[in-house]
Ligand binder design. Structure first.
Ligand SMILES: [Zn+2]
Length: 315
């Protein structure tokens, strides 16, 4: 009887895995380090070995497992071909086929941001919704989109790549984006982006701030400083919240989702961030969409494995 499935979330430093029942109960959760050597060519075999080991511990055999779902940080076409995942060293890599060949388990691969959205819709902040978008604000900015209960991958695997919408005001453009252009959302409205904005103020412009004396600071420290009343930090946080709100207003017009979820490392800033985004969203949104709820993600860094398992369950 196929009563279980495996959800995997592959990141640049670790690989998160979960053993789930098909009803959505997480039975076991574990991690292994990501081996980036040899262009990431050991990642799938390491993951496969770790899954087999875990199943042995639970006395489960192949016939108990419906399949394996895998999230990767990059565009995926046809639930198999990873076009490019810079952080893993992969290029045009058929990750699902590789996993199937090693384990014999049916496998499906998708973009990690899209799977996080699916996870939040299964057991998280968007549970019960059929249409939702989840914005992940981490090092960069990603977005997963679920329409009528189905994850939207897009023709090129790039659906939801809102981090590269060029909407920054000219005065907030600092340097060139990883995509080779300038003015992309994630260049200011991400963990890395806000650090750049603050550095420009305290280092280049020598403005007085509680962050001035520090060698380096994180987006978390910036939000903490803003909450404590630091005007430079607050100004930069307001920029980030304004840009994310603008992105939400665009998403709302395109999808009209039931809810927009905000997740990723920067979402640790909590109510300060969400309230700020919500307030600016209400000012900008198309009037019939103003009340679209904006909520913080509930599953934290588990959203990816939940989504990967849900993808398997739904097949
Ligand atoms: Zn870009």
């Amino acid at each position: 009887m196929e009563e279980y499935c495996i959800g995997v979330d592959i990141g640049g430093t670790d690989i998160k895995c979960g053993l789930f029942t098909l009803e959505g109960t997480l039975l076991s959760r574990w991690e292994l380090p990501t081996d980036l050597s040899d262009s990431g060519s050991h990642i799938i075999s390491d993951t496969a070995a770790s899954i087999m080991e875990k199943l042995k511990g639970f006395h489960l055999t192949e016939s108990d497992i419906k399949g394996v779902g895998i999230g990767v940080p990059g565009p995926v076409v046809g639930k198999d071909m990873v076009e490019v995942a810079v952080n893993l060293g992969w290029k045009e890599y058929r990750a699902a086929r590789e996993m199937e060949q090693i384990t014999g388990f049916w496998t499906s691969v998708a973009n990690d941001a899209n799977l996080a959205a699916l996870g939040e819709m299964w057991e998280g902040s968007a549970a019960g919704c059929l249409n939702a978008a989840m914005i992940t604000i981490g090092t960069g900015v990603g977005c997963g989109v679920v329409v009528n209960g189905k994850m939207a991958d897009g023709f090129h695997g790039c659906a939801g790549e809102i981090g590269h919408i060029r909407l920054l005001a000219p005065e907030d453009i600092i340097g060139v984006c990883g995509c080779g252009r300038t003015g992309c959302l994630e260049q200011a409205a991400s963990g890395n982006g806000i650090v750049k904005l603050v550095k420009r103020e305290v280092i280049d412009r020598k403005r007085e701030s509680s962050l001035s004396g520090l060698e380096a600071f994180s987006s978390r420290e910036i939000f903490d400083a803003a909450k404590a009343g630091d005007p430079v930090a607050a100004e930069c946080c307001e920029k980030l919240m304004g840009y994310i709100a603008r992105a939400c207003s665009v998403i709302a017009c395109v999808l009209d989702p039931e809810v927009i979820i905000i997740g990723g490392g920067v979402s640790g800033a909590g109510d300060y961030l969400i309230d700020g985004i919500r307030e600016r969203f209400r000012e900008m949104a198309f009037p019939p969409l103003k009340e679209t709820p904006i909520r913080i993600a509930a599953l934290g860094n588990k959203a990816g494995i939940y989504g990967a398992a849900k993808m398997v369950r739904d097949m």
